[in-house]
Design a protein around this ligand. Structure first.
Ligand SMILES: C[S@@+](CC[C@H](N)C(=O)[O-])C[C@H]1O[C@@H](n2cnc3c(N)ncnc32)[C@H](O)[C@@H]1O
Length: 377
């Protein structure tokens, strides 16, 4: 029996093949075929028989791909009370994130039309002060892309948190505001890497913090979906040398490789529609032009770092350019809630986007202001 054969059996809507499909289901076939059999059973018109089949099998041990097909049928027939009950029982029994997302798409959002409102922001904006507070000046869903690199715990002089937990809590407050101001289905991209804090003395060990692992949980708890991790790779001579000690002794356990990467973590704001809806908003415009032919095909981006006399950790322009190219459209409003000297805003403006920058350090604020493009709040 092939997938195609099963599809053909399922297409007979009069139900003449129903019993054959049930018999096939009982056979020891591959997950892929079983999934197709369940999908074909779900397409049959005899609701009583479909329901009996699901009721009997939906809670038996099976591959989850097969269970998802059963669940899918309960969603399609949800208007019938018995399928609705079964659907809710399955949700409770499995408490599975994929099923919950299917439910959100199909049921929770059934009658909601997706309407994207025009952003009320028409000019570049500089929000001075702590972004936990200043972002309150931005309306819900007025932002189309967020790209940022948060303070790296206490690794730089511009940040000082009393402990790591408090640091993560402060970031959570900012990212919760980011969630509110971002348009449904759009991207937030965060550049982070593990940090190490200075040893309080030679007799103590330093602590290394995998910030991106902990931040992942913060972002998904808020409601962002994880989409991708892009690795930003820097040339080795440009990063601090950690391997020197090992090179001298070559003792096992003393190995400390040079850290040439940062994680560019890509998330999408939760919504109950496919990405196509976000894209169509632009492509239906007759003046729309897609990106050029230069494409970075892998998730490793080799880009040299940039340095500045004025700030210890700035984005290279090239990194901002790629983020803007792949995750926003011309005319979009783009936000950096931890703007530093405003590199992202400067590049975004040149690329025809409308930047919104948040910064609380007076020296960096002055530098952003010197661009001469921003209205202040
Ligand atoms: C890693 S730096 C960003 C550098 C930036 N990407 C650039 O290219 O200049 C983080 C910045 O966030 C700022 N910052 C930290 N916490 C903040 C907060 N709660 N509100 C606003 N700015 C904050 C710091 O002053 C620092 O300049």
């Amino acid at each position: 029996m092939t997938l195609e054969n099963i599809k053909q059996l399922g297409k007979n809507e009069k139900g003449e093949n129903f019993d054959q499909l049930i018999e096939l289901y009982k056979e020891d076939v591959s997950v892929e075929l079983k999934r197709e059999i369940v999908s074909s059973i779900g397409r049959q018109k005899d609701d009583k028989k479909v329901y009996d089949f699901l009721k009997e099998n939906a809670f038996k041990k099976n591959y989850m791909d097969v269970i998802y097909q059963m669940f899918r049928t309960t969603l399609y027939k949800y208007n019938d009370e018995k399928f609705k009950d079964l659907c809710e029982q399955m949700r409770e029994y499995y408490n599975n994130e994929i099923m919950n997302k299917m439910y959100d798409y199909k049921i929770a959002n059934q009658n909601k039309k997706v309407i994207f409102k025009k952003s009320s922001i028409e000019k570049p904006l500089l929000l001075k002060g702590n972004s936990i507070h200043t972002l309150k000046n931005i309306n819900d869903q007025d932002i189309h892309l967020i790209f940022t690199s948060p303070p790296y715990y206490n690794a730089r002089e511009y940040s000082d948190y009393i402990n790591y937990e408090k640091y993560l809590n402060e970031l959570k407050k900012v990212f919760t505001e980011c969630y509110r101001v971002l348009e449904d289905g759009r991207f937030i991209i965060v550049d982070v890497s593990p940090v190490i804090t200075k040893r309080p003395g030679r007799e103590f060990e330093s602590i290394r913090y995998p910030i991106h692992f902990d931040l992942h949980r913060v972002l998904t708890d808020i409601g962002f979906y994880f989409v991708d991790e892009i690795i930003w790779e820097k040339p080795e001579p440009s990063v601090p040398n950690r391997i020197g000690g090992y090179m001298q002794t070559k003792n096992p356990l003393a190995y400390k490789p040079n850290c040439v990467t940062e994680s560019i973590m890509v998330y999408r704001k939760k919504c109950n529609f496919l990405l196509d809806k976000n894209i169509k908003k632009y492509t239906k415009n007759e003046n729309y032009k897609p990106n050029d032919d230069k494409i970075h095909t892998s998730n490793i981006w080799k880009i040299p770092p940039s340095s500045s006399r004025n700030h210890p950790a700035i984005f290279p322009d090239e990194l901002c350019k790629r983020i803007l190219k792949y995750y926003s459209f011309e005319g979009d409003v783009v936000l950096d809630p931890f703007a530093g000297i405003g590199t992202f805003g400067r590049v975004a403006y040149k690329m025809g986007r409308i930047p919104v920058m948040c910064e609380m350090n007076d020296t960096y604020i002055e530098m952003i202001e010197s661009e001469g493009i921003y209205d202040n709040i």
